[in-house]
Design a protein around this ligand. Structure first.
Ligand code: SAM
Length: 273
């Protein structure tokens, strides 16, 4: 806590809420995040939002190299100064959403470890999971409710949960109270571990087509599937009913109840018909 406060004071940094700047000041949680990533000296790590560099320094101690992308210009000199003697740490000034992961880490395997800026959580996860190459593993701090939503099972699925579960097996590895951060956020947090599939379980449907149908299914909240799909895909209801029948899915079900395998069957039935 003292070292973070000291850095904040020394550099006159006023944490910006608009950039999601809630610095993790509890060393115990920082260590647990690093442990969850199971780092080895051969690992390349992409860190998003290094902030004051507290997580970065722990990652650098265990991984072979760390590429840390920070958007806030006020933090760049501080970070470059702090890691000047460590050639394995690369500080990149930029917006993670505008940088292709491959351009940052190269074409080999890499892991993502980050205390994410919460205002772009879903966009960052999509950006990473849809990229080529995808990370092999991601350990990310997110808002607790978002972590739980991502790990939901059929019955409580959302577009976000399906978007993540298409690419990775998610689980919550740690809950983190608001008091572990400075400034204290208004929400509790959780560390999510995503074990990214080397082979996607839904392999025979192009992701763009899969998500076109899933998005249509979720487009009208709490509506029965037949209606939301027909509206969202601009298809006659009879066509949608036939595809649902072919896929063995009751048309009265709602999007949040469908497992990924059922979405796959539905897309295949729609495209066969
Ligand atoms: N890693 C530090 C820690 O754990 O204390 C800081 C985490 S803080 C929750 C999020 C960090 O992400 C901030 O340093 C913020 O400036 C940075 N950030 C916000 N938007 C970003 C973006 N689009 N690209 C890269 N970094 C961003």
């Amino acid at each position: 806590m003292t070292s973070v406060m000291e850095l904040v004071r020394r550099y006159g940094i006023d944490p910006k809420r608009s950039l999601g700047q809630n610095f993790l000041v509890d060393a115990g949680y920082l260590d647990k995040i690093v442990a969850a990533a199971e780092l080895a000296p051969s690992d390349t790590v992409l860190e998003i939002g290094p902030g004051l560099g507290t997580l970065t320094e722990r990652l650098a101690a265990q991984a072979g190299s760390v590429v840390a992308v920070e958007l806030d210009d006020r933090l760049i000199d501080l970070l470059r100064g702090r890691f000047a003697g460590q050639p394995s740490v690369h500080i990149v000034h930029g917006d993670i959403l505008e940088l292709a992961p491959g351009s940052l880490v190269g074409s080999g395997d890499y892991k993502v470890v980050a205390n994410l800026p919460y205002y772009i959580t879903s966009a960052v996860l999509r950006h990473l999971l849809e990229a080529e190459p995808r990370p092999a593993l991601a350990v990310v701090m997110v808002q607790k409710e978002v972590a739980e939503r991502i790990c939901a099972q059929p019955g409580n699925l959302s577009l976000l949960a399906v978007s993540v579960q298409f690419y990775a097996a998610p689980r919550v590895v740690l809950r983190v109270p608001a008091g572990a951060f400075y400034p204290r956020p208004q929400v509790d947090s959780a560390v999510l571990r995503l074990d990214v599939y080397a082979q996607l379980p839904v392999a025979d449907v192009p992701p763009a087509r899969f998500f076109e149908v899933v998005r249509a299914g979720f487009s009208q909240k709490r509506k029965q599937l037949a209606n939301s799909l027909s509206a969202g895909l601009s298809l006659p209801k009879a066509t949608v009913l036939a595809a649902l029948g072919e896929a063995g899915i009751d048309p009265a079900r709602r999007a949040e109840t469908l497992a990924l395998a059922e979405w796959r069957r539905l897309v295949l039935a729609l495209d066969a018909g």
